[in-house]
Design a protein around this ligand. Structure first.
Ligand SMILES: Cc1ncc(COP(=O)(O)O)c(C=O)c1O
Length: 439
C-alpha cells in the first residue's frame, strides 16, 4: 500500500478526507526554531506558505494553535468588558454554563458519559485530588501499583501523597518494570503482579501511554484484572487523550485525568480534564477535597455550611474556572467536532503506519540496523520513540535545522508524533528523506 517515493505521500494527502483541517491551525514558520541561530529571522508573520512552515512533530508535547482560538478568547474578553460579573449569567456563552459545551465533545473523545467528565485545574493537581478520593488504604491493602519510570510528576505525586498520609513510599509504591534487556512493560507482567499482590494493592495507577517509549497500555485488561480483586484503577491519559481511542466508561475505569495542551491543542498550561465513573458520583464513602465550585448548583449561592456536591464529576471541582482557558479548550474541541473523531482515529492509524513503514525501509537500506524503534508495534498511538544507533545527536540537530521539529531525550532517543489534525503524509516523507540523506 505504501512506497518510499514522494508521489506516494502526495497521493495519500490528496486522498485524505481531513486535509482541509490542517488549514485551521497556525503552523509555526521554520525559522522560529529557538535552537538555531535563526530566531526572528523569518519575517513572514505567523501564517507562512506551506514550504516555509515547520514540519511540526511535537503534538505530543504542545499541540498547535487553532485559528479559532483567538476569536473564542476575544468573546470572553468582550463579555467581560460588556457585562462585568454579570457575564456569568448573560452574553452569548454565560460563564456559569460554559462547562456544559466542553463536556459533550470531550466525552466522545475519552469514551465517557458527559456527566462523568469534568474540566478543571491542571493534570498534577487533579491527580492529587483523585488520590484523595480513590486511594483509601486500609488494613493490609495499602499498596499502589504503578509503572516504573512513569512521568516524573506522577512519581512525585505518589511519593508525596503517600508521605502526607504518614507512610513511606518504599513500603507502599509497587512498580512493574520491563524485563531485563527489554524497554517496554509486558501486559502479562502487570497482570501477574496484580495477582501476586492482590491482597495488598489498594489502587492501580497507570499511564495510558508512556511518555518516553510511547507504549500504549491495554487499559481494559488492566482494569478487568484489578477489579477482579476489588482494586480501584485510575489512568493518567496525558499522552492518550485526543490521540487514541478510549472507552473509559465501557472499560469500567474508576477515574482518569489528562491535560489538554498536547493532542487536545488547547494551549500552554491548558485546563485539565477528569473522568470519574458515574457509580461514584453519589458515593458518600469516598473522601474528597472540596471547594465551592463543586457544590450543588441550585443552592450554591445560599452559601450554606456543609458540602453538598453536584451529583456528577463536576462535584469534584474546587475553584472558579478560568474562562480564558475554557475558551481555548472550546475552540480546540470545535475543530475535533468538525473533523469527526472517527475520521481522526482513522487518519492517525494510517499516518502512523506510513511512518512505521518508512522507518523499516530506512533500516532495510543500511548494512546494519541504524534505528531501534522503542515503541511496541502492537501497542502505540501517534508517538514513536527512536533509539538512534548511529549519529543520533547529529541527526537530531540537523532535523531541527531543517525545520523538522522533533525532540531529544538522553541518551539517544528522538521522539516524534505525527498527528492527524495538522500533519500530512508529506511531512512524514520529509522526515524520512532527511534521515535517509544523512545516513
Ligand atoms: C504523563 C504526564 N503526566 C503528568 C504531566 C504533568 O502535567 P501538568 O504539568 O499539566 O500537571 C505530564 C506533562 O507533560 C505528562 O506527560
Amino acid at each position: 500500500m505504501f512506497t518510499t517515493d514522494k508521489e506516494c505521500a502526495l497521493a495519500l494527502d490528496a486522498a485524505d478526507p481531513l486535509r482541509k483541517i490542517r488549514e485551521h491551525f497556525l503552523i509555526p514558520p521554520r525559522y522560529a526554531d529557538v535552537r538555531t541561530s535563526k530566531v526572528g529571522a523569518y519575517l513572514g508573520g505567523t501564517n507562512p506558505e506551506d514550504d516555509e512552515k515547520q514540519v511540526y512533530f511535537l503534538g505530543n508535547s504542545l499541540g498547535l494553535q487553532p485559528k479559532v482560538t483567538r476569536g473564542h478568547i476575544d468573546r470572553v474578553l468582550e463579555q467581560w468588558a460588556h457585562y462585568g460579573v454579570e457575564g456569568f449569567f448573560h452574553g452569548r456563552d454565560p460563564w456559569m454554563n460554559y462547562h456544559d459545551q466542553l463536556i459533550q465533545p470531550l466525552s466522545k473523545i475519552v469514551g465517557a458519559l458527559p456527566h462523568e467528565v469534568s474540566v478543571m485545574n491542571q493534570l498534577t493537581v487533579n491527580l492529587h485530588l483523585m488520590l484523595a478520593s480513590f486511594y483509601q488504604p486500609s488494613g493490609k491493602k495499602r499498596k499502589i501499583l504503578c509503572e516504573q519510570k512513569a512521568f516524573p510528576s506522577d512519581q512525585y505525586t505518589l511519593e508525596t501523597y503517600v508521605k502526607h498520609l504518614g507512610m513511606e513510599p518504599e513500603d507502599v509504591i509497587l512498580e512493574v518494570a520491563p524485563r531485563a534487556g527489554e524497554v517496554t512493560i509486558r501486559l502479562e507482567d502487570i497482570i501477574d503482579t496484580i495477582e501476586q499482590h492482590r491482597d495488598e494493592i489498594a489502587l492501580v495507577f497507570w499511564g495510558g501511554i508512556n511518555y518516553y517509549t510511547g507504549q500504549l497500555f491495554d487499559m481494559a485488561s488492566i482494569t478487568a484484572a484489578a477489579h477482579t480483586h476489588g482494586i480501584k484503577v485510575g489512568f493518567d491519559l496525558a499522552h492518550a487523550a485526543g490521540n487514541v481511542e478510549l472507552e473509559l466508561h465501557e472499560w469500567d475505569v474508576d477515574f482518569a485525568c489528562w491535560c489538554s495542551y498536547k493532542y487536545l491543542n488547547s494551549g500552554p498550561g491548558a485546563v485539565g480534564g477528569v473522568y470519574i465513573h458515574e457509580r461514584f458520583h453519589q458515593d458518600q464513602t469516598l473522601y474528597r477535597l472540596a471547594g465551592w465550585w463543586g457544590y450543588d448548583k441550585s443552592t450554591r449561592f445560599q452559601m450554606k455550611k456543609g458540602f453538598k456536591p453536584i451529583p456528577s464529576a463536576e462535584g469534584w471541582q474546587l475553584s472558579t474556572p478560568s474562562m480564558i482557558l475554557y475558551a481555548c479548550h472550546a475552540a480546540a474541541l470545535e475543530v475535533f467536532e468538525e473533523a469527526g473523531w472517527q475520521n481522526i482515529l482513522e487518519k492517525q492509524k494510517k499516518l502512523n503506519a506510513y511512518l512505521w513503514y518508512l522507518l523499516n525501509e530506512l533500516n532495510n537500506a543500511q548494512p546494519e540496523q541504524v534505528i531501534q524503534v522503542l515503541t511496541p508495534a502492537q501497542e502505540r498511538g501517534s508517538q514513536v520513540s527512536l533509539f538512534m544507533l548511529k549519529d543520533g545527536k547529529k541527526i537530531f540537530d540537523s532535523l531541527m535545522e531543517q525545520g523538522i521539529i522533533v525532540d531529544w531525550r538522553e541518551p539517544n532517543v528522538i521522539r516524534l508524533a505525527p498527528v492527524p489534525l495538522y500533519n500530512t503524509f508529506a511531512d512524514v516523507w520529509k522526515f524520512y528523506e532527511a534521515i535517509k540523506k544523512m545516513l
